[in-house]
Ligand binder design. Sequence first.
Ligand code: F6P
Length: 342
Amino acid sequence: MRVGVLTGGGDCPGLNAVIRAIVRKGVQEYGYDFTGFRDGWRGPLEGRTVPLDIPAVRGILPRGGTILGSSRTNPLQAEDGVRRVRENLAGQDIDALIAIGGEDTLGVAATLYEEHGLPCVGVPKTIDNDLSGTDFTFGFDTAVNIATEAIDRLHTTAESHMRVLVCEVMGRHAGWIALHSGLAGGANVILIPEHRFDLDEVCGWITSRFEAAYAPIVVVAEGAMPREGEMVLKDESHDSFGHVRLSGVGEWLAKQIERRTGKEARTTVLGHVQRGGTPSAFDRWLATRFGLHAIDCVHEGDFGKMVALQGTRIVRIPISEATARLKTVDPELYAEAGVFFG
Ligand code: F6P
C-alpha cells in the first residue's frame, strides 16, 4: 500500500506534526510506503514528488511551515486537471491520498472523491479556525497566542504615550483570531467581519476609555468592514499571482480615529508572523491526533472523510460537509465580548 500526502493553501503551524504522525503510524503499525507531493495540488497535477519516510519526518514536530511545500494551485481549474492528477497518482502507484488543507484544498479533495472516485482523506488546517464540522483547526491556537502576546506589548507602549493602538490580525471572512486574542489580551474594541461596525460607536468607546485615563487597544480582523454607506473601505486589487489583496483596514481605522477623536493613533499589522514559527503545544497535540486518525481512515478504506475535533473526540465527517459553508463567529459569542468595549 502506498499513500500520498500533500499540504495545500496558506501554511500553518502544525502541518509538519500531522505529516510526522501519518508517516510514523503508517510505517510502524501498517507497514505502508509514502510519497510526498510537493506544493499542494500542484504535486499530483505536475507529478512533483519528494521522498517521505521515517528519516524524512525525524525532528519536524516543533517546526513551523511544511516540509512538503504548499501552493494554492487548483487542479479543477487547470486544463485536463483531473486526468493529469489521476495519471500522476497511478504513475506513482498511489492507493490513497491524504490532503491536509483548508476550504479550497479540501474542496478539491471532496470533488475528486465524489465525482471522480479518487480515494482521498482530508485533514483540516487553517489559522482562521473557520472550517465547519471541527471545533478547532490546528494553527489557530498558535496564531491566537502570537496575537495575544503582541496585544500585551501594545498595551504598555499605548499607556506610555496615551495613544490608541490598532492591532490588525488575520481573518478575511471570520473573526475567530480577533475575538480570541482580543479577549485574552484585554482589548477595548474588537472588530470582526461577521459584524459591520459603526465608526461613531467605536470612537465613543475610545473616548470613554481615555476619560477613564487609559489608552485603548483596538483589535481588528483584516476582513472587518464599517456599516454600509459609512465609507468605501476596501480597495480590492490582485497581485501578480491573481490573489485578492485588500488594503489595510487597520491603517484606515487609525486615520478615522485620529480625525474623529483628536487622539493620536498607530497601527500594527501582524500579518504572516501569525502563521510562521513553531506550533503551540495544543496545536502539536491536535495535529498529531488528526494525523493518527487520518491514516486509520486510509487503513479502513473510509474515503471521502475528513477528521475533525468534536469536544475531545476525533470524529470523521464527509469532506464536503466541512467545505459547504464557513464557520463564522456566532453573534451571541461576539455580544458576550461587548461588556469589555470602551
Ligand atoms: O487562510 C489563512 C490566511 O492566513 C488568511 O487569514 C489570510 O487572509 C490569508 O491566509 C493570507 O494568505 P496569503 O498571504 O498566503 O495569500
